[in-house]
Design a protein. Structure first.
Length: 326
């Protein structure tokens, strides 16, 4: 029995020497013994599975996210800065805002892919959706307990954990309050440090205001790309504050500066939806087919009613919609 175990261990070591380069392996073995070796090979909260690819993130944002010049810039700066900082003072907290289908979910996926080898499938990435995971007010206390335990448990296991909260505007304020301590500038809480973790909040809060600004620029004949972050930041924080249903309002997330970056997503125009359509077509393994893509986008709904500038659903649901036109 003992011999088998030893043979197995030899086998593992030899294979890993072959598979990985010798240097990181020996440093792990010398540094932390067998436990380190085991964790390096299997457990994977290590450089093998978590390694930031800044160039990859930049390329993905440039090539796959359409019509979001501000979000592209802010996300790249925020994530790259955080990941390259060896001693962050707090976890990275991003709040992504905008109309449906403008790319908020997609961007969180791109961030996950730039940090974790397995992207959204990584066991260190956790996605919570308000209406799916925390829908019954009666269970609020249980939700709070669970959520706090999950965050603590997962960060204890791997400090570089990522938590994505979708539909943040539908989250109970009490639940948001319960995660606040994790977002703050603490050295540690009960012996656990959260400073390497990443929190991403997604919501439609402020979406209408962003549409208003984009529409005004359009009506004044200005380029969309002329819209600056500062044109939106104030609008966004005010509307988030003033909207009692937005969830964030009830909490002191903003007050206490726990959110590092508010990231605005602009409503998408006809040409952006076309771009999404082309990418989706290629994803499905089809040859380029402008006729099909244009036919699909032409039949989608746009607003305001008269000018028809912005897509009501953005690029949401395009994958299945496209099938109909092929
Ligand atoms: C990690 O989070 C998940 C939810 O995403 C939860 O089911 C699991 O129990 C947590 N793990 C620990 C160790 O707390």
């Amino acid at each position: 029995m003992k011999r088998t175990a030893r043979t197995l261990l030899h086998y593992i070591i030899i294979t890993s020497v072959l598979v990985h380069s010798l240097e990181p392996l020996t440093s792990f073995v010398v540094g932390s013994g067998l436990a380190g070796l085991y964790s390096y090979l299997f457990n994977s909260c290590s450089e093998k599975n978590i390694k930031f690819n800044g160039t990859g993130l930049e390329e993905a944002l440039q090539q796959k996210l359409f019509g979001q010049h501000i979000a592209t810039h802010v996300i790249r700066k925020a994530v790259t800065g955080f990941m390259n900082n060896e001693n962050p003072k707090k976890p990275l907290v991003l709040s992504l805002h905008g109309w449906t289908g403008t790319g908020k979910n997609y961007v969180s996926q791109l961030i996950a892919e730039s940090v974790y080898r397995e992207g959204m499938k990584s066991e260190f990435v956790h996605l919570f959706t308000a209406t799916a995971h925390f829908s019954h007010v009666d269970y609020l206390n249980e939700y709070k307990r669970n959520l706090q335990q999950w965050i603590k448990g997962n960060v204890t296991r791997c400090s570089r954990s990522m938590f994505i909260f979708d539909e943040m505007d539908k989250m109970h304020p009490g639940l948001i309050d319960s995660i606040k301590p994790f977002l703050d500038f603490y050295d540690n809480l009960d012996g656990v440090s959260y400073r390497n973790a990443i929190f991403v909040f997604l919501s439609n809060a402020g979406g209408e205001k962003l549409v208003e600004v984009a529409l005004n620029f359009w009506r004044e004949g200005k380029e969309r790309e002329e819209i600056k972050l500062k044109d939106l930041e104030e609008v966004l924080s005010l509307s988030v504050f003033n909207n009692k249903n937005s969830g964030l309002w009830h909490t002191s997330l903003i007050d206490k500066n726990l959110v590092d970056f508010f990231v605005p997503f602009l409503p998408l125009e006809y040409k952006h939806v076309l771009q999404c359509g082309r990418v989706e077509l290629a994803n499905k393994g089809h040859e380029p087919n402008e006729i099909a893509v244009e036919a699909m986008v032409r039949e989608m709904s746009f607003f305001p009613q008269e000018e028809r500038i912005f897509s009501s659903k953005g690029c949401k649901g395009i994958a299945s919609r496209l099938d109909y036109y092929l």
